[in-house]
Design a protein around this ligand. Structure first.
Ligand code: UDP
Length: 449
């Protein structure tokens, strides 16, 4: 813990699990660097202040109803929040700026998706730094969306999915970060503003590391001509557990203890992705028929139209004789660290991807939407530490992919490659490591305001 710096940083996370976690990890890191920390947050998906007694929390009303919050149209929710929060956020920041018994505010750090906060920051004359919680390569794909639309790649056409996109190698049309929404125009409009306001900000923080995304970083420095700080993986400093919105079922750890080394396939599609009942059953039978032990996170809401496990045939788990274990939410980082875990069937969310890279666990990639598609392409074709399950979710295909990853030479090679990457991540936080040096530059930069 470094000496207190007498300066305050105000954070504003986007209220989604994959965004809250890295933002609170960053807040913890900057706390250890001596800053005092204030978190502005929505009622919806509020973090748990009791897990962070060293921070000050301020909740602002988001005008979201319970059903809006559960709305599967993520774009509609984000659009709504970016519109409704302008005044509450403005007023909250004004109050914080008027508090003279607190450390003076050095800057605001907000999620890139909070595009409206740049205008509020300008109005109050407070520097705004952006945290982008995805990979650099996927944000560059977002930044190119206007151009890709102009050139006719988007909206995506089924007949062109395999077509390469020479503007963004190695992506193909199907890897472009589109999202299912009732209003694609809002999605494009929101992203255009996110990119514009990121360019107008005082700096950009990446939860990634230079050695992993060197080329993308060079391009990012051309596209975003502001200081870029590459300080991740943030999960190496602080695990994700304390920011978990759902409670983690630790029963799976004793189940893992009974399994052979590298034998278990961990299956989780993160906090938002959902599947149809038919897809769910194909996954279940693919896992059952694979004869491989598996730990499966079935989050309530994962199966559209079902509460939890109702679609499973009765007697399904008993039939497996203990070879499978299902939980609603796992202590993911602990699971990935466990010696029994040999593979991760993932939706390729960026936090999950970084956690895998840090623990050396190879992947089966099944991206759903947005940045996950770009990540999957990089995992399978650039870093070559996972295989891409590209087509219809079908039990025989699934069984084949599990065998390739867990039992064949191809999987062994991916495991070896990701372990080499894990060794590299171990040195990132050393005094001379690229991420720790970039963090020092960020601290100096914030102190210069
Ligand atoms: N996670 C967890 N338990 C689970 C599933 C996920 O703790 O059972 C955590 C995981 O470790 C990661 C986050 O939830 O930190 C998911 O973020 P990611 O970016 O991978 O995906 P998203 O949820 O944003 O789609």
């Amino acid at each position: 813990m470094e000496q207190r710096k007498g300066r305050q940083i105000v954070f504003f996370p986007l209220p989604l699990q994959g965004h809250i976690t890295p933002m609170l990890q960053l807040a913890n890191i900057l706390y250890t660097k001596g800053f005092s920390i204030t978190i502005i947050h929505t009622h919806f998906n509020s973090p748990k202040p009791s897990n962070y007694p060293h921070f000050t929390f301020h909740s602002i009303p988001d005008a979201l109803s319970e059903s809006d919050g559960l709305n599967s149209d993520l774009v509609a929710v984000l659009y709504h929040l970016n519109t409704n929060l302008v005044k509450p956020f403005h007023d909250c920041l004004a109050r914080l700026l008027s508090e003279d018994h607190k450390d003076p505010i050095a800057c605001l750090i907000t999620d890139a998706m909070w595009q409206f906060t740049q205008a509020v920051a300008n109005k109050h004359n407070v520097p705004r730094i952006v945290l982008r919680t995805t990979s650099i390569c996927s944000f560059l794909a977002f930044a190119a969306l206007d151009l890709l639309r102009e050139r006719g790649y988007m909206p995506l056409k089924d007949s062109e999915l395999e077509t390469p996109v020479p503007e963004l190698p190695p992506l193909r049309v199907q890897d472009l970060p589109e999202i299912k929404t009732s209003d694609l125009e809002h999605f494009y409009g929101l992203l255009a503003n996110v990119i514009k306001e990121t360019k107008a900000s005082a700096g950009l923080i990446w939860n990634s590391y230079e050695e992993l995304e060197q080329d993308a970083l060079a391009t990012s420095r051309q596209v975003f001509r502001i200081p870029n700080f590459v300080i991740g993986p943030l999960n190496m400093y602080f695990p994700a557990a304390s920011s978990s919105l759902l409670s983690q079922d630790k029963s799976c750890m004793s189940w893992l203890d009974k399994q052979a080394p590298n034998s278990v396939l961990y299956v989780s599609f993160g906090s938002i992705a959902a599947v149809s009942e038919t897809e769910f059953l194909e996954i279940a039978w693919g896992l059952a028929n694979s004869n491989q032990p598996f730990l499966w996170v079935v989050r309530p809401g994962l199966v559209r139209g079902s509460e939890w496990l109702e679609p499973l045939p009765s007697g399904f788990m008993e039939m497996l004789g203990g070879r499978g274990h299902i939980v609603k939410w796992a202590p993911q980082q602990e699971v990935l660290t466990h010696p029994a875990t040999g593979g991760f069937w993932t939706h390729c969310g960026w936090n999950s991807t970084l956690e895998c890279l840090c623990e050396g666990v190879p992947m089966i990639c099944q991206p759903s939407f947005g940045d996950q598609r770009v990540n999957a392409r990089y995992i399978s074709h650039v870093w070559r530490v996972g295989l891409h399950l590209e087509y219809k979710l079908e039990r025989v295909e699934i069984g084949r992919a599990i065998k390739r990853l867990m039992a064949e030479k191809e999987g062994e090679e991916m495991r070896n490659r990701i372990r080499v990457l894990r060794e590299k991540t171990n040195s990132l936080l050393n005094q001379t490591g690229s991420s720790s040096q970039s963090l020092e530059k960020l601290v100096t930069y914030i102190l210069s305001f």
